[in-house]
Design a protein around this ligand. Sequence first.
Ligand code: TXA
Ligand code: MG
Length: 329
Amino acid sequence: MLHLEATNENIALAAQALQKGELIAFPTETVYGLGGNALDAHALAAIFAAKKRPYFDPLIVHIGALSQLSRVVSSLNPQAERLIEKFWPGPLTLVLPKCDAVPSLASSGLPTVAVRMPSHPIALALINAAATPIAAPSANPFGRLSPTQASHVLKNFNRDVYAVLDGGPSDIGVESTIIGWQDNHAVLLRPGGLAKEEIEELVGPLLSNSHTKSVTHEISSTGMSSPGQLNQHYSPRSPLTLLTSGHTVTPSQEDAYLSFSNPHLKGFGALQCLSPSADLREAAARLFDCLHRLDAFQPRMIFAEAVPEEGLGLAIMDRLRRAQGNQAT
Ligand code: TXA
Ligand code: MG
């Protein structure tokens, strides 16, 4: 895999590679994406193969301009229109009825497709130079920690990916918030980089995924699932225990500790602090890099402190719960 500085020349080179069906990892404001031409079934298959991702887990399609939207989705609802107007480009993904031109591999056979317009200037320049919608899951092997820097991507892929465009660390650091609709009601499918509260100001209370049993049933009756429903996801290689409030742990040099706001804890083999000022935005931006660093220490256990579940804290807690997966606390 080439490691490319994001110059205009290299963006043009990467866009040409995308047009030929190659894969390009690129920065977005949330996390790095592993991109391929969303309208090319071979490129989509290459994404699933490179990530070792099961075909039942649908991809997010990225557009570089609103004019590309009609190539991806067949209709909008009034709430989607308002969300697009207010929050695009940005860390918000909408699940909408799919156009036939988008191969069913992108949507894992579902009649809907997930779409977003990222705000990162390099992502926008790349998609527009390629002149095609780009399918891009996070650029990590399936189930593993998401990448927020080019070095995280370089660690994990080899010849399957043509190049990574280096845009420095991602500003937001957690994946986009995903909204879908059920019976005309907006549903929060995945908490992410746009706070739930900001979306609710515009469209009223969101249904939570756990209240949308029929969506889950619909998906499982077709033999599909979505990581929104997968318990173990976003995991470090070392086991992780999420400490719920009030729980403490005896320090050991064999263990690692992820603190929310205390950078001075003593006694652990490795320590990372998400935000000394207890700022949830900063904490989200640093979450995956801190977990990558603690994981590199190969501890017996990573202990992670809970953070307040408001604003971006909802996405942080979602990722930590999934990192913990089915392990006992
Ligand atoms: O911030 C992000 O969203 C990043 C960057 C690269 O844009 N991308 C990302 O993609 O997180 P990925 O593949 O890791 O997440 C895609 C998720 C699926 O796992 C599923 O939960 C949801 O999007 N999804 C996609 N299509 C869907 C559909 N038709 N219905 C319901 N959920 C869908
Ligand atoms: Mg992912």
